[in-house]
Design a protein around this ligand. Sequence first.
Ligand SMILES: *Cc1c(COP(=O)(O)O)cnc(C)c1O
Length: 426
Amino acid sequence: MSSSSSSEELHKRRLAAVARGVGSTISSYIDHAGGGTLTDVDGREWIDFASGIAVTNVGNAAPRVVEAVRQQVERFTHTCFMVAPYESYVAVCEQLIALTPGAFEKRAALFNSGAEAVENAVKIARHATGRQAVVVFDHAYHGRTNLTMALTAKNMPYKHRFGPFAPEVYRAPMSYPLRDGGLDGAEAARRAIDVIEKQVGADNVAAVLIEPIQGEGGFVVPARGFLPALAAWAKHNGVVFIADEIQTGFARTGSWFACADEGVEPDLITTAKGMGGGLPIAAVTGRAELMDAVHAGGLGGTYGGNPVACAAALAAIETMRELDLAASARHIESVLVPALRSLAETDPGIAEVRGRGAMIAIELVQPGGLEPDPVRTAAVSKACHEAGLLTLTCGTYGNVLRFLPPLVISDEDLGRGIEILRSALS
Ligand SMILES: *Cc1c(COP(=O)(O)O)cnc(C)c1O
């Protein structure tokens, strides 16, 4: 159904129909979208530094994805893989096995959302180890379902008054170079491992679950050495090391997966967001002996690995490979980071420019210290929106502006976005 309503009219209808608990960053309603831009129903163009939260890595309405989806819906839309299987599900699992780090034997299983993938990774780790405790980190974000709320750190807006939460979840200190007094990776890992060993006990731990670069928690990049030390500790103690690559995966940080940057080979990897080219699909991929420990029928779901979503995922992966979008992510970093660093030189409110590939952020503070400045962060974000740049904020303290352009964004749109940001900051 094509609509000729304005954003203002649509917003009125929305207020009467859509639950308040579902928020939106902007109140313009989108009509169509391309590589690096969104166009709203009023004909206004937005430069996209959000990618629908790191989903449209291949761009919006990417040609290969559109064609693959169109062909699939004509053949069949759904049979349920648990009832009547089809090739594309198997092919997506084969791709995941080939692309994820680690030369060991692997299996994969498909789901609908990131939270569902995380839930299943925990199910698998518990089942395979016979242990219950799950260790997560400060500033972690893993989703909005009951277990994943428990795994997520931040109260507002994700957890507030939604308890009680799932038990046997323990939080360890994260490596956060800007805010942990400059601990190096090994020291920060030792601090986290101390908490785990003293407060939980290694023998009780089923899994350590971590985002290689934190997403909603503030694009926190742990000090080098932190992830390898945790992975080594997990291996030594029979603990399943799970990398949540839902935001960092699929070329976003300049390689297929962020943990490859330090040669970390997780036992299990959760993926979603970028993998489907905009369609809802998620996965757990990892060591065959863990994945296959679960009895037949123990994993699954009605829609998990839906054929239309699988077709989209295969087309998105092919697009990433063909266009070498990992290289595009590194190129975006090479443009964005120097521009942001030069802004930071004259702006004492920018405490840090950080991130990797096309997952870059600035953390805003009160000049002269590290006191977070969420008020300015919201104001800068709003000024960007008014000038036609779609940006997102994040961080435990709400003081991080994050930039997640589609990996196919043109240099021109990237440059226009940086210019808007520059004036919004001043
Ligand atoms: C978005 C996200 C999730 C949750 O994914 P949904 O598809 O929204 O359920 C989990 N972990 C990380 C790191 C994420 O960025």
